[in-house]
Design a protein around this ligand. Sequence first.
Ligand SMILES: [Fe+2]
Length: 256
Amino acid sequence: MTVTDTTVNQRLIEVTDILRRKLFEFAEEAEITEQEYIEGLLWLNRVGAADEAILLADVLHLSAKVVDLNNQESEATQSTVLGPFYFPERHHDVGNPGRICPESQPGDPFVLSGTVTAIDGAPLAGVQLDFWQSDSDGFYDNQLGDETNLRGRMFTDVDGRYEVHSVKPMDYPVPTDGPTGEFIRATGHNPMRPAHFHVFAMADGYKPKITHIFPDTSQYLDNDAVNGVKDSLVYRFETGDDGVSRTTFDLVLAPV
Ligand SMILES: [Fe+2]
């Protein structure tokens, strides 16, 4: 019988061949016992059931590695991990300049502003910028309930400029109440991430830019749970006489 199966995925075959070879090498080098093998597979089942596949990949530093492999344009702003707390349906246009939290939000007020340009320095107007961050206790809005807070969207003006008003984010632990948390505790892995502010820039004709900005006062800059820190993304936030911290974060986008 001759069957022409148009659903065969050559890329999947290629990737699977590499993965199988590497897994065999892993089993041999680690001298995995049959008991360890079964326990590991059952644990992976629980990771999937808990929707923690992304979290596990982040904690294994695999997500950061894949980001680096796919974003090597040296002239563009460096990328880092998306993380598990980006929910585009929660991002609403806050205007530009705009606030992503109420005036009464507890914490140290800060203003982030800058210009989005192409690699040749040309300002890019109308770039969609999504921002999200933890509160001053280290929690994202989705961890607290259904109310949207400390996240929003704006579009760069005709000169490529943006300005977002908020409060400074705080260091926080990745979720540790599930099977990935068991792994973190059993291996002594640091669960903490240094404080950071997420930025996701999207513009037609340019590669989406997923990145963070880290205040230089953040703890864990040298020991990020997901290995997402880049020196070029660590910034000093200058506090003015008005008690507001400000910093300028210019973004450079690479063409598609
Ligand atoms: Fe985050």
